[in-house]
Structure formats: C-alpha cells, structure tokens
Design a protein around this ligand. Sequence first.
Ligand code: FAD
Length: 293
Amino acid sequence: MHIPNLQHNIVLAPYTTFKIGGPARYFVVVKTKEELFYALAEARRTKTPWVILGGGSDVLVSDAGFPGLVIKSELRHVAVNEGNAQVRAESGVRMSGLITQTMKHELTGLEYAIGVPASVGGAVWANLGARGRQMQEFVLEVTVINEQGEEQILYNAQCQFGYRDSIFKHKKFVIIDVLLQLARGNQAKIKEEMQQLVTLRKDTQDIAAKCAGCVFRNPKDQTDIPAAKLIDDLGLKGFSIGGAQVSPLHANFIINTGTATAQDVVMLISYIKQQVRDNAGIQLMEEIEYIGF
Ligand SMILES: Cc1cc2nc3c(=O)[nH]c(=O)nc-3n(C[C@H](O)[C@H](O)[C@H](O)COP(=O)(O)OP(=O)(O)OC[C@H]3O[C@@H](n4cnc5c(N)ncnc54)[C@H](O)[C@@H]3O)c2cc1C
C-alpha cells in the first residue's frame, strides 16, 4: 500500500477515550479531503479492510487491534457564516472546539454537546444526543465519500437520523464535512448555559475517566426505563471484571480503571446483558462500536 505518511503497527489505545486496544496494521492521519480520498482509494485498490476514527470516544478496539488500515480524520476546517447562522465543519473538527468557536460568533445550538469528546464526523454518525437535543436538528447536508468512492451530498432527510442512529451506521459512507444551521444567540447566555451543562455532566458522569460514555442504548422499543436505571437497580454500580468497572457514578458507563483489556470490557458487557435479561426480561444492545473483533 502506498500512502504518504503511512505508519505500521500503531497501537490504537491512545487514540480512544477507553485507552484500550491493540495495533492497527496500517495507520494514517489525514488532514485534507484529498488525503482522505487517496487513503480510501488505496485501501480499495489493495482490498485492505479499513475503518475511520474520529475522537475515538464511542469505540472499543480489540486487544488484537485492527488487521487493516485505520484512517484518523484530522480534517479541521471550519467556515462560519454569521449572516445566515450556518457553519460548515470538516469531520475531524472537535465538537468542543466547534462549540467554543460558534459561541464566539454568537451562534447557538450545539452547546448541548459540551463535554462530549466527539469529532464532528462521529457526532453525525451517532446522531449525538443529550438533554433532549440531537445533531439531526442542525444538519442541513453532509458531504461524503460514498461506497463507490465518489463525493456525494446527503441532505438531512437522506441521513435517516434516529435515536443514536443514522445512515452512516449502516453504509460505509465517509463523512468529509457537514453544513449546520444554527441560530443567533447571545454570547454571555450561551457561555452561562455551557458552564451549567459542564457542571451537570461532572456531577453525573465520569467525563474525565477512561471510558466511552454510555455503553448501552436505552431500550426504548422494550421499555421507557433507561439502561442506566436497569443496571443500577441490579446493584451493579462498582462491579468489575479485571480492570473494567461499572461506573459508581453512572451505571451505563464502563470505566477502564487502568489495566482493563478489551476482553475485560467484553466480559463485563456480556455479564451486564445477562443480568438485565434474566432479571428484567430486557435485551440491552450496545451503543459503542466494536473495532477489530
Ligand atoms: C465522557 C463521554 C461522554 C459522552 N456523552 C455522550 C452523550 O451525551 N451523547 C452521545 O450521543 N454520546 C456521548 N458519548 C459517546 C461519543 O462521544 C459519541 O457517540 C460521539 O458522537 C462519537 O464521536 P467520535 O468522533 O469520538 O467517534 P469515534 O469513536 O471516533 O467513531 C465512532 C464511529 O463513528 C465512525 N466515524 C467517525 N468519524 C467518521 C467519519 N468522518 N465518517 C464516517 N464515519 C465516522 C467511526 O468509524 C466509528 O464507527 C460520550 C462519550 C464519552 C467518552
């Protein structure tokens, strides 16, 4: 495979918020659309399996790593149009940076996601949601590289957004950038709201811990009871297998206490699923994405 700046056998743990995972056979950081196109074309040409990584905050990478090409998106360009309150952000832009930037332009909307270590691409992929808001409210269009390797624009309705869901979870589209419609706001008010949300997150979630946020989707099709409550009701907060622990603060978070392997996390996930199934008759499903399993 011939890709400029291609690296070999790069351990993925540091590129994930879980801080878990073995090596990628090939690893490349892409900073421009052209580099992204090139890396994907090379992977296709050589029939090498590939995966895109953004903030690494919703993935569990196997201990064996990934036997293909990991493409880390660091496309970081942002264009703000104050006049129509629209923002075009590339997929590797960090959501926290984007929120701060839009606040400075007195544009409001995205601050609900403050404190989430997501990239813009990952946020659209997951339809990142919190406090009753989701990315889909703001997305006008998403520019992707489609499964044929061509550039394509998907408008909001084509993105098939749902609860923690989008077309990007089902098709191998690679997000280049996103056009967002925000609203005009007041900088001081946005800042105040952001500070309140950060405090709330710190009080209720392990945002500084090695973790991937909520591990399970809320089983809305089976019950209105959130996954965290189902797990908490079974007294599993603090329960651990190896170095993986159910967060004592938020039962839907699994924490790497320092030495967790992906195998520890997988065993803990399967234990939790079995306990919830046996005691509450509900089948939990993972929200996190497995890489290299
Ligand atoms: C402390 C903490 C708090 C969290 N709180 C929330 C929360 O409140 N709400 C919520 O919804 N989630 C939350 N999460 C989960 C996570 O941050 C989100 O799902 C986020 O959107 C994932 O973005 P990412 O860039 O880290 O994606 P990654 O983990 O890098 O990747 C996740 C998936 O997205 C794909 N992907 C990434 N970039 C692209 C791209 N450019 N094109 C195509 N596919 C791509 C990857 O291939 C992978 O399959 C939290 C996580 C943590 C660690």
